[in-house]
Design a protein around this ligand. Structure first.
Ligand code: ZN
Length: 331
């Protein structure tokens, strides 16, 4: 069985694309982040990913698959497993009926616990295709508990001085997780519209939030925290308010760069991706005999080779490694 990498992973023998950014006939959408989606004719996805994508797929004919529910083709079985990255996120395990060989495609994963995501599972495989977003040894995150404790202490400090805290997280996944933690800690939370809409989908899917939260419509009661995506939405939301303090929660906080264009007043490492050590541990858990890393740093593959795993990094356009059209022999 062969695999082709070309802005998405292609399995020719199933005529199946995994997270292609171009419209395809049959395409797995591992989760509802826009850098993994296209309007395929027949997208394969979990019921919760379908819920989150809403009208996006209104012209498609989706194939919804529960976790662990096998999809049989003449030569292969495809099964989805929870990825822990956001609601509905899935990994795909493709098993050959003739050889028994197993390919695991992770999509984006998160291995740390989350109150709002289905917990990740780690099915054993022979060939692993894994995302390597933070696949560089300098990305080692502190514990979530420590980061959250720092975040809560800082927010309370700002509120005690009459300041207005903005917590920035990406619209889908991170923000609903942060919302859950903030409500558990007893904060009053105003929620920017796009995050609010996704949070309603989470509630529809059965995710419990400890207390009420409000849609932000320009009224920002003193003493409450505003949860908002970074960038323009955040700048627009805080216009006209005094004493605004910004907290960004992103794994890139460790890099010291200006990932979101502006440094927050507090910048804390909190991610919905694994850090370097967690990536290596995940590879060890699923016990592959061949590894391909995608969508991140090539350092992870280099490290895995030094640990004895045959590992190759497949880069996107514009990076230095081998690029599109890479043929991988599998199974
Ligand atoms: Zn993602």
């Amino acid at each position: 069985m062969q695999v082709v990498f070309d802005r998405g992973v292609y399995l020719p023998e199933l005529d199946l694309w995994l997270d292609s950014l171009r419209k395809r006939d049959l395409g797995l959408i591992s989760h509802a982040h826009s850098d993994h989606t296209a309007r395929h004719s027949r997208p394969i996805l979990t019921p919760n990913t379908r819920r989150l994508l809403g009208d996006y797929l209104k012209r498609s004919d989706p194939v919804t698959l529960e976790y662990h529910e096998p999809l049989d083709t003449p030569g292969y079985t495809l099964t989805l497993y929870p990825a822990g990255h956001c609601l509905g996120s899935a990994q795909a395990l493709v098993e050959s009926k003739s050889t028994g060989g197993r390919l695991l495609y992770t999509g984006d994963i998160k291995v740390r616990p989350s109150p709002t995501n289905e917990p990740i599972e780690a099915p054993a495989c022979d060939t692993l295709v894994i995302e390597s977003t933070y696949g560089q040894p300098r990305y080692v995150f502190p514990s979530q508990e420590d980061v959250l404790a720092t975040a809560f202490r800082t927010l309370r400090n700002w509120l005690s001085k009459g300041e207005r805290p903005v917590v920035q997280g990406y619209t889908l996944g991170k923000s609903q997780e942060l919302l859950s933690h903030l409500l558990d800690e007893g904060f009053d939370v105003e929620v920017e519209n796009s995050i609010f809409e996704k949070a309603l989908v989470y509630q529809d899917a059965g995710i419990h939030f400890e207390s009420q939260f409000r849609r932000f419509v320009g009224d920002w009661p003193e003493g409450s925290v505003l949860l908002c995506p970074p960038g323009r939405k955040s700048r627009d939301a805080v216009k006209g308010f005094r004493g605004v303090r910004t907290m960004e929660l992103t794994g890139w906080a460790l890099g010291g760069g200006r990932h979101w264009g502006r440094r927050g007043d507090a910048s804390l490492p909190y991610s919905d991706h694994p850090d370097f050590n967690e990536l290596v541990e995940y590879v060890e858990r699923v016990q592959p005999t061949q590894v391909y890393t995608i969508n991140g740093f090539p350092d992870l593959a280099a490290h895995l080779r030094s640990e004895g795993y045959p590992a190759v990094h497949l880069a996107r356009n514009g990076e230095h490694q081998v690029d599109t059209g890479v043929q991988m022999k599998l199974l």
